[in-house]
Design a protein. Structure first.
Length: 450
């Protein structure tokens, strides 16, 4: 029998002024790993961000980082620019170890994912180091940057192939073309391949894909998909998984990997509440998973769907991190009255200020500083923590299209999508004003959490 063909999957470095590990995992890459394994390929993972992580509460960690030179676009930003993840020499050693272990059986293919568009230099640097060790092995780039900035990725990433959109079938097609076309498929789980990590304490998971909403600043919604076309969308449709299947996956992570924390990264976790999240929570409670696991919602929950029974059930299911998407005063996502009511429901259900954080968007096109300031103070009065979410232009979104009339250079260089660059207009004046608002939010949070 022919030996399985080897494929290496890599989660690249992040280049930025800041990066935070809120249960961050390369979910798309892990789904691809599972799909390839199920079709007869041998898969290995190198996660450049998974290195010497310093534990923090609830299974989060702090990325290792090293200061690096700022790109020319960032010279006027008064902050240190860093590479987040393992040192380059460690990455090279891991690649060479793969080569040394089986020099007569080099990888058939190497896949690299990408996240934020303005992190593209981290992906490109990762590919450069890969090519130094495996010069003859084709490299495939996929992910958010590859999807939203496809032409830029083709010209600048150094990858031999670039995939736009969901990557499971596209990656499998490329792998089959480069190897034997008749590899035997195996009947197995389609769960993300978390077993490729040596000892994962926390995982990120999805109960759905896509988003049914049309937020002007986002590229995941229905309107953005329509404007870009399905071939270049992050998700072609909004779909939700069967609740029992979701609970089975949660139980799998507990029993087989021994994880303690699970973070839901859905864009719209609470949509179709009665047929989706309620049965999921009921299953968690009925199987006793709430007694062994803690749950988190770092991507933000839609306020409009949270009523008193749901707040109580979230607490009973042992959710520890509740993040609410508010945007700000006079924004369409939720009214201040709705926010105040939901926070009251959560507190009545025994959530504390430490558990509840409210995302306030800062820097939306046309948004005045006074509105941001009023939003910060209102969230504080409601007894929740303010979590500042800095706006950055996202290709494919309605706001991005509008901004092009003022900043046409956004099309040519994804680095300019970086939130810190966007705030440095007017020679840093807005940057300083935004930094002052962030400091105010931090001080108010300290006031309510002690």
């Amino acid at each position: 029998m022919e030996n399985p063909k080897k494929i290496i999957l890599v989660n690249p470095w992040i280049h930025d002024f800041s990066a935070y590990d809120l249960w961050l995992k390369p979910l798309g890459l892990l789904y691809i790993a599972s799909h390839l394994k199920n079709h007869g390929f041998k898969v290995q993972l190198i996660d450049c961000l998974n290195y010497n992580n310093i534990p923090r509460p609830y299974g989060c960690s702090k990325f290792h980082s090293e200061e690096i030179a700022k790109p020319c676009h960032f010279q006027n930003i008064p902050r240190k620019y860093k590479r987040y993840g393992m040192p380059p020499e460690v990455f090279t050693q891991l690649l060479m170890a793969i080569d040394d272990t089986s020099p007569d059986d080099p990888p058939t293919l190497i896949g690299v994912t990408s996240m934020m568009t303005y992190w593209h230099q981290g992906a490109s640097e990762t590919i450069k180091y890969i090519k130094q060790v495996f010069a003859d092995t084709p490299v495939v780039l996929g992910g958010v940057y590859a999807t939203l900035c496809y032409e830029h990725a083709l010209k600048n990433s150094g990858a031999d192939y670039v995939i736009a959109g969901l990557g499971e079938e596209a990656m499998l097609d490329i792998a089959r073309k480069l190897t034997h076309p008749n590899l035997t498929a195996h009947q197995s789980t389609d769960y993300p391949a978390y077993h490729l990590y040596s000892n994962p304490q926390s995982i990120a998971m999805l109960t759905s894909r896509g988003c049914p909403f049309n937020c002007s600043y986002c590229a995941a919604g229905a309107e953005s998909r329509l404007n870009r076309g399905a071939s270049s969308s992050l998700n072609a449709n909004f779909t939700q998984r069967p609740p029992d299947e979701v609970v089975d996956e949660i139980e799998h992570y507990l029993n087989h990997l021994g994880v303690t924390d699970i973070a839901f990264y859905d864009d719209a976790l609470l949509v179709n509440t009665e047929s989706h999240i309620h049965p999921i929570l009921d299953g968690i409670i009925r199987r006793g998973l709430n007694k062994k696991l803690r749950f988190h919602t770092p991507n933000g929950l839609h306020i409009r769907y949270i009523d008193k029974p749901l707040a109580q059930k979230l607490y009973q299911a042992n959710f520890k991190t509740i993040r609410l998407g508010f945007e700000g005063m006079d924004e369409p996502k939720a009214s201040p009255e709705q926010l105040a009511t939901v926070i009251a429901y959560l507190k009545e259900a025994w959530f504390t200020s430490e558990n509840i954080g409210v995302y306030v968007l800062m820097g939306l096109p046309g948004q005045g500083l006074d509105k941001i300031d009023r939003s910060i103070e209102f969230v504080h009065r409601c007894g929740a923590q303010v979590r500042m979410a800095q706006y950055s232009p996202v290709p494919g979104s309605a706001d991005f299209v509008k901004l092009l009339t003022q900043y046409p250079e956004l099309l040519a260089e994804p680095l300019l999508h970086n939130k810190s660059v966007y705030y440095c207009h007017d020679h840093g004046r807005r940057f300083n004003e935004f930094e002052a608002l962030k400091l105010k939010a931090k001080e108010l949070n300290a006031d309510i959490t002690g």
